[in-house]
Design a protein around this ligand. Structure first.
Ligand SMILES: [Zn+2]
Length: 386
């Protein structure tokens, strides 16, 4: 048992520069990192949690109250014949330096699953607590970095959180994955495929096939406002960029031409092209909430953009001419959100394809909007009858 008066390593020294370096690097690691299980804000780097845990669990060998048994066992443990950390000499100071060097090196993500490190870490914890396994309690555990590292070094752990999402992450990461391992991943894939299949069945009607058999997988939209310049009145699609795809072998972007029919407002017609250089692609029509008219280059102030969008209830819906509704003629778009392009997959061909929208796409959107209205009405009917 470590006497109460004995200082812990963290109270006397800590390899902060090295641990920080590893913690920063860890942020850019995606593959295999627990952070990819579910996004959790303010997730603590595992490197920092691990290092701080060890520095708090282990006593400082230079403290006069530090048990001799621990010092002897730690010295033996750290002397394993690998050159991964500084080896301890005979002095207490050199043992402290060796422990700190071990902690700093194990904070490196590349070493996180190294069996030698894990084994040494567990032996050190056991040497410090020969009578009982230490319990690490983290009542606000969030993404679970602290309890995870505590389990890995052989502690018992208690983790909780008020947020149900955090609780689910904790349960999955600390209980389910260690218990079921790869089986759990297989099961997730199986259930995921089932859900995908069920969703496809339900949604297939909203993504009608193109005449050539291509299946739309995404509709790219822009909200629109009207140019308020007195002799213009053109529709301005609010676009941050004219790029559709920046992949090297599949560069696609939009460009436009102006059409000025007599008697009505001018408008822009879009086309899809394959740019050779970045410079061929225009910058978007919106910057810092200002919109620039493609027909007359006048700028619409952020206030006016906001006012026009709020008149359209945010601007995410298409406004259809409903006068013909019920006659069987598909309604025509007269404003609101505008389709820029449709992304499709072609049977037997690799990659994504981009095409301009057609009347059929708007018809599909209209049908989807009607189906949604019906669902909403049903749902509110249900809740009223409750
Ligand atoms: Zn204009």
């Amino acid at each position: 048992m470590i006497p109460k008066e004995c200082k812990r390593l963290a109270e006397v020294d800590f390899p902060i520069a090295e641990v920080s370096k590893h913690a920063v690097r860890e942020k850019s690691i995606r593959h295999g990192h627990p952070s990819t299980l579910h996004l959790w804000w303010a997730r603590r780097p595992l490197a920092a949690c691990w290092a701080m845990l060890m520095a708090l669990l282990l006593p400082d060998p230079c403290d006069p109250n530090c048990p001799d048994d621990f010092k002897q066992a730690a010295r033996r443990t750290l002397k394993v014949p690998v050159t991964l950390w500084k080896k301890p000499g005979e002095s207490d100071l050199s043992l402290r330096e060796s422990l700190l060097s071990f902690i700093a090196n194990f904070a490196n993500w590349d070493n996180s699953a190294n069996p030698t490190y894990l084994d040494v870490a567990r032996k050190l914890v056991r040497a410090a607590y020969p009578e009982e396994t230490p319990l690490v309690v983290d009542p606000f555990a969030g993404g679970g970095a602290i309890p995870l590292e505590a389990l890995r070094v052989g502690c018992e752990t208690f983790a909780s959180d008020l947020n149900p999402v955090a609780c689910l992450i904790l349960k999955t990461m600390l209980e389910d994955i260690p218990r079921h391992g790869p089986e759990l991943a297989d099961e997730l894939r199986r259930v995921g495929a089932q859900i995908k299949e069920a969703a496809e069945k339900k949604l297939v009607g909203f993504y009608p096939l193109d005449p050539d058999g291509a299946r739309p997988i995404a509709y790219l939209w822009a909200r629109t406002v009207r140019c308020e310049s007195p002799d213009c009145g053109a529709e301005i699609p609010l676009m941050r960029s004219f790029w559709l795809c920046k992949k090297a072998n599949r560069k696609r972007a939009l460009r436009y031409k102006l059409v000025r029919p007599k008697g009505t407002a001018p408008h822009v017609e879009l086309e899809i092209f394959e740019p050779i250089t970045e410079r061929e692609v225009l910058t978007g029509t919106v910057t810092r909430a200002r919109a620039t008219c493609l027909c007359c280059n006048k700028v619409l102030s952020p206030d006016r953009v906001r006012a026009q969008l709020s008149e359209q209830r945010g601007g995410a819906d298409v406004i259809f001419d409903e006068r013909q509704s019920g006659t069987g003629v598909p309604p025509v778009r007269i404003g609101g959100a505008r389709l820029l392009a449709v992304v499709t997959l072609k049977p037997g061909e690799q990659g994504r394809f981009y095409r301009l929208p057609t009347e059929r796409d708007y018809e599909a959107v209209w049908k989807a909007a009607k189906a949604l209205e019906k669902k909403v009405a049903q749902a509110s009917g249900l809740s009223e009858s409750d």
